[in-house]
Design a protein around this ligand. Structure first.
Ligand code: TRP
Length: 331
């Protein structure tokens, strides 16, 4: 089990359209990894249910939308396995086995558990399902025995728990699971329109599938460098909320030009925003064209998942057989 493998597993919840923050955080690393690793990427619909259980009907709408965003971003179902978590019931069997060995105290002390219960106080998250969220996540991961899990910073506590659970299983039942490493993206977080972390719930995000005129308008209202209250005040791109966007979407030459002009107050923020907007369109337009291909074939997103579900089940079953054998639990 210690032989290095090149498998990757990760999931995203279907809770709404993806935005630039998702792309330059996790999605771009997924796209790169499919070239070098065997990747299992899934729509985490059961996970969405842990917080949306009172309003479960909308989850289904978001599932194909997520797949469309993935494929438009460059994920290729020929190169990686794209599937739907709830259609691979094998995750549940591993979940119940892992739940036997996971101390409740590990779950209660998980920082995201307390944080999310406080933040989402309009929802009652004092449920068994919500407490057990990291155990479900551990099952999603370990069932594919991956070496790495590409996740955002916010998921690190969950991944640490996954590793602890893997260690406990290996110690108690025998070596089965390699301890998966986090694959963190090197890209700095893209700030939202208002300078805070980009998040749909803050209303400061630019969605990948968003209407382009709306995006232009949102960019024109963006917060820039606080030092530039007046046009003649020199600015500092290092402190500007707009500049990181240029770094991502404009050419290096353009960035150097803007950097110099801003520091000498030779360019206004309005002009700078217009240039960024055009560069951003150069990224969003082809994305949206690829996404529009799904309109011509409405069942395609579900078909992609269905084909992936079959492959994910096969891989899951192999791991389950191994685990059952370890505990002499073969029915
Ligand atoms: N918890 C992740 C999130 O909220 C989604 C997720 C579920 C996941 N299972 C996973 C991520 C397994 C990585 C691996 O974004």
């Amino acid at each position: 089990m210690t032989e290095p493998n090149k498998r990757i597993a990760s999931g995203m919840r279907p809770t709404g359209p993806l935005h630039l923050g998702h792309y330059f955080g996790v999605l771009d690393s997924w796209v790169a990894l499919q070239e070098t690793h065997q990747c299992y990427f899934f729509v985490a619909d059961w996970h969405a249910l842990t917080t949306e259980y009172a309003n479960p009907r909308r989850i289904k709408e978001f599932i194909p939308e997520l797949v469309k965003d993935w494929v438009a971003a460059g994920l290729d179902p020929e190169k990686c396995v794209l599937f739907q978590q709830s259609q691979v019931k094998e995750h549940l069997e591993l979940h119940i086995l892992l739940s036997m060995v996971t101390p409740v105290s590990w779950l209660e002390r998980c920082p995201t558990y307390k944080e999310m219960r406080e933040q989402l106080n309009a929802k009652d998250l004092s449920t068994y399902g919500f407490l057990g969220y990291p155990v479900l996540m551990a099952s999603d991961i370990l069932i594919y025995k991956p070496s790495g899990v590409p996740v955002g910073q916010d998921q690190l506590p969950h991944l640490e728990l996954t590793r602890e659970i893997a260690r406990r299983v290996n110690g108690m039942w025998g070596e089965v699971f390699p301890e998966p490493e986090a694959v963190l993206t090197t890209q700095a977080k893209l700030p939202g329109l208002d300078g805070r972390k980009m998040s749909k719930s803050y209303g400061n995000s630019i969605s990948l599938g968003g209407d382009l005129d709306g995006v232009r308008k949102a960019v024109s209202g963006m917060l820039t460098c606080v030092k530039r209250a007046r046009l003649k005040d020199p600015g500092d791109p290092d402190e500007c909320n707009l500049y990181p966007y240029h770094v991502l979407f404009s050419t290096p030459e353009k960035c150097a030009e803007i950097d110099a002009a801003c520091r000498k107050a030779e360019i206004g923020c309005g002009e700078c925003k217009k240039m960024m907007s055009e560069a951003l369109m150069g990224f969003l337009e082809p994305f949206q064209q690829r996404r529009a291909e799904f309109d011509r074939n409405p069942g395609l997103a579900w078909d992609i998942l269905e084909a992936g579900n079959v492959k994910a089940r096969e891989a899951s079953r192999r791991t389950l057989e191994e685990v059952r054998e370890k505990i002499n639990f073969i029915g």
